[in-house]
Ligand binder design. Structure first.
Ligand SMILES: C[S@@+](CC[C@H](N)C(=O)[O-])C[C@H]1O[C@@H](n2cnc3c(N)ncnc32)[C@H](O)[C@@H]1O
Ligand SMILES: [Zn+2]
Length: 195
């Protein structure tokens, strides 16, 4: 092998896709946390605001990534869930730079929701959203580790922690000094009503 061939540069890694954009919203510093997405114009109820994109993975791979996430969370790192079930076999892992929708923050009284529309996840407006409002959806987190996710959505009725609607009464009971019941299974997925 010639010296030139020996030291030939390895091929550049494939470029990641450009971050997704939408005419309806842009990324700004958020009053809730870090960065968030804000409406650039009035968004009518029912609008598909932005697609939640990412890597399509199998259930097995999702379980593996979930276990790694829980380990990171146990070490005190961010345990945020970016997995959305698309169907029985596959999920989208939205933890990729080009998925701008991953920056949308959680709210206990959200103005958007993720919807599974024919195998693609869209962030859809739940109401008419005025220009300048921060976009939010309910992360729908499981009950387990709820204390690790304090909520700063500032909405009336905020339970103080990021947990799915179905668990909020239970969390309120615990915070008020009542019993909490057994812990739920330690697996997390974000959900869509239609998924
Ligand atoms: C998917 S990221 C959202 C984008 C995030 N704001 C950023 O700048 O990276 C999810 C993380 O944002 C934070 N977050 C989202 N909604 C929140 C809320 N309502 N209250 C407090 N933190 C929130 C939590 O740290 C959560 O783990
Ligand atoms: Zn809240």
């Amino acid at each position: 092998m010639s010296a030139a061939a020996k030291y030939k540069k390895s091929p550049a890694p494939p470029a990641s896709p450009a971050p997704t954009t939408t005419p309806w919203a842009e990324v700004r510093g958020s009053v809730i946390h870090g960065r968030g997405m804000y409406a650039t114009q009035r968004i009518p109820k029912g609008t598909r605001v932005i697609e939640y994109v990412g890597e399509r993975i199998t259930q097995g791979e999702a379980n593996r990534r979930d276990a790694a996430r829980l380990e990171r969370q146990g070490r005190g790192d961010d345990g945020c869930v970016y997995l959305f079930e698309v169907n029985k076999r596959s999920l989208i892992d939205g933890d990729v730079e080009w998925n701008t929708a991953r920056l949308i923050n959680h709210s206990c009284r959200p103005n958007c929701e993720p919807q599974n529309i024919r195998g693609r996840i869209w962030i859809v407006a739940l109401k008419n959203i005025p220009a300048g409002a921060e976009l939010t959806y309910d992360y729908g987190f499981e009950f387990d580790n709820w204390r690790d996710h304090p909520c700063r959505c500032g909405q009336p009725g905020c339970v103080g922690y990021i947990v799915g609607k179905a668990h909020r009464r239970r969390v309120r009971r615990i915070l008020a000094g009542g019993a909490g019941g057994p812990a739920a299974a330690p697996r997390a997925r974000q959900t869509t009503d239609s998924g």
